[in-house]
Write a protein that binds this ligand. Structure first.
Ligand SMILES: [Zn+2]
Length: 138
C-alpha cells in the first residue's frame, strides 16, 4: 500500500508472506463454516427426521416436506463442495503451489484470490472452462 513501485503493466500482484497468511486465515474460516454447515445438514436428515418426512408424505404435506428436504440436500452438497475446494487449496498452500493457475501456471493474482480464496485457475483459464451451456450452472 505504501510502496511507490510503478505498476508493472498487467502482471498480477505477487503473493508475499502477509498476503498468504491472510488468505490462509480466510481459508480456515471458510473451512470452519463449511464443516459446520455440513454437520448441520447431516444432523437434520438423520433418524427421526426421516420418519417425519415419511409421515408427512402420508398426510398430504409431502410437497412441503420434499421442498425442505431438497433445500437441506442442496445445502449439504454445497457445503461438501466448498469443503473439498478449501482442503485442496490448503494442500496447495502447503506444497507451495497455491496462487498458481492449475492450467497455465501463471499467477492467479492476489485480487482474485482475495475475492475467491479457493480459486485454482486464473481468470482466463476459468472462463475457458465454464462453457456457456455447461452443466450445473445456475
Ligand atoms: Zn491459467
Amino acid at each position: 500500500m505504501a510502496g511507490s513501485r510503478p505498476a508493472g503493466g498487467s502482471a498480477p500482484a505477487p503473493l508475499d508472506a502477509s498476503r498468504l497468511a491472510e488468505l490462509a486465515a480466510r481459508l480456515k474460516a471458510l473451512r470452519d463454516r463449511a464443516e459446520a454447515a455440513l454437520a448441520h445438514a447431516k444432523g437434520e436428515l438423520k433418524g427421526e427426521d426421516a420418519e417425519l418426512f415419511r409421515d408427512l408424505g402420508q398426510t398430504g404435506d409431502w410437497a412441503l416436506a420434499e421442498a425442505e428436504f431438497e433445500r437441506d440436500m442442496a445445502g449439504a452438497e454445497r457445503a461438501r463442495a466448498l469443503l473439498a475446494a478449501v482442503q485442496s487449496s490448503q494442500r496447495r498452500m502447503e506444497s507451495g503451489d497455491y496462487g498458481s493457475c492449475e492450467d497455465c501456471g501463471d499467477d492467479i493474482g492476489y485480487e482474485r484470490l482475495a475475492a475467491f480464496p479457493t480459486a485454482s485457475r486464473c481468470v482466463a483459464c476459468q472462463s475457458r472452462r465454464e462453457s456457456p451451456a455447461g452443466p450445473g450452472g445456475r
